[in-house]
Ligand binder design. Structure first.
Ligand code: HEC
Ligand code: HEC
Length: 115
């Protein structure tokens, strides 16, 4: 019996070393639009869009689990998809600049309506 418990404890220990939870080595679970395979790549992009909108991660995320969808995250996904489409389908000439969240948002949650 004792031996078995030790075995289980050892198993948990090994599982934690091989499959660490809550750090950057696991893969994104719920990317429906972006094509990143790693969390660090995803975070780099996320830092950029947060800056472009002048918001913190928690504006779109449940900080306990970034893979959960929230209302703002869903709008964000829609906007990421739209921005990728604008670039792929419209700004296709040579040396066309990249449309980003900043192009419209300019550091604000909602783009300014008029001057
Ligand atoms: C404007 C909304 C928005 C902001 C702000 C934002 N995110 Fe995201 N984040 C998203 C969306 C949308 C997705 C899913 C994209 C998709 O479906 O391809 C996502 C996905 C992620 C994922 C992948 C989760 C998984 O496992 O599926 C991580 C990690 C993440 N964001 C981290 C961050 C961090 C860190 C910040 C702050 C620096 C941040 N995000 C700010 C909208 C946002
Ligand atoms: C072509 C212009 C344009 C681009 C590019 C754009 N947005 Fe938006 N975005 C808007 C407009 C306009 C609104 C306000 C929509 C409304 O009136 O409800 C908005 C609203 C939002 C909102 C909702 C804000 C709130 O207060 O609820 C989020 C989140 C958002 N955008 C994220 C993004 C992200 C992330 C990107 C880049 C991947 C992006 N947007 C790129 C035009 C744009």
């Amino acid at each position: 019996m004792k031996k078995r418990l030790l075995f289980i404890a050892l198993g948990i220990l090994i599982a934690n070393v091989v499959f660490p939870q809550g750090n950057d080595s696991h893969k994104p679970k719920n990317l429906q639009v972006l094509k990143f395979d790693s969390i660090p790549e995803t975070k780099k992009f996320m830092k950029q869009i947060s800056k472009d909108l002048g918001v913190k991660c928690k504006f779109c995320h449940n900080l306990d689990d970034f893979s959960l969808d929230t209302d703002h995250k869903k709008i964000g996904r829609h906007m990421i998809n739209m921005t990728m489409k604008i670039n792929d389908e419209y700004f296709t000439w040579e040396k066309a600049r990249n449309v980003t969240c900043w192009t419209c948002h300019q550091g604000q949650k909602e783009p300014p309506e008029k001057k």
